[in-house]
Design a protein around this ligand. Structure first.
Ligand code: SAM
Length: 191
């Protein structure tokens, strides 16, 4: 199945998510079929997008997360998109990733950093840089003001977007900021 067919199964919002995802991937130019980490599974939109691009996707969120954005039925969406075999789930907290150094070609946070406790964000950024391969990248997608206004109509308590640049903690990274359709996109490549 390609992204166009998946949109028919997953709904129109998936089209905008895929457009934002493609912008980030153009910056990274990852090897075909590479293993990538999708932090913060949620309903699984970004994990499904990455799997549709042919990547081997590991996704996860904390076992202890009982908020409205966790423990969702991501597996049904992956099956609907025909990519259940390319998405694996493992629970983890991004501030203590249970993964070896330099394991993943890239690490993605789609709509996640603002849900992480502010005190943990620097640690999360450092962990993402630790588990990414040299030559890979770490990408944060945070809602634009327009997207946030839409989200607030359903969830008035939704947090403000995070600023990934403020969480880099002095790491030597090259930053590229992009404006997506739904999200502001922050791409970090180790310098
Ligand atoms: C709005 S959802 C993300 C949407 C999802 N990426 C998608 O594409 O459908 C926010 C996610 O962040 C996760 N999250 C919050 N704190 C986290 C942490 N410390 N480590 C990993 N995931 C976390 C939540 O469990 C939830 O899965």
């Amino acid at each position: 199945m390609d992204v166009t067919e998946a949109i028919a199964h997953l709904g129109p919002m998936f089209e905008a998510i895929a457009a934002d995802g493609r912008q980030a991937l153009e910056q990274l130019r990852l090897p075909a079929g590479a293993e990538v980490l999708d932090v913060g599974t949620g309903v699984g939109n970004f994990a499904v997008f990455l799997a549709l691009q042919g990547f081997d996707v590991l996704t996860g969120e904390p076992e202890t997360d009982t908020t409205r954005y966790a423990r969702k039925d991501w597996a049904t969406r992956a099956s609907a998109a025909g990519v259940a075999d390319r998405v694996r789930f493992e629970p983890f907290d991004a501030s203590r990733m249970p993964f070896a150094d330099a394991r993943f070609a890239a690490v993605f946070f789609f709509g996640v950093l603002h849900h992480v406790d502010a005190a943990d964000r620097e640690r999360v950024f450092a962990e993402a840089l630790r588990v990414v391969k040299p030559g890979g990248g770490v990408v944060f997608f945070e809602p634009t003001q327009e997207t946030l206004a839409q989200i607030w109509t359903n969830d008035p308590d939704h947090p403000l977007p995070a600023d990934p640049s403020a969480c880099a903690g002095g790491a030597k990274v090259r930053e590229t900021k992009l404006r997506g359709r739904r999200m502001d996109i922050y791409v970090y490549q180790p310098a």
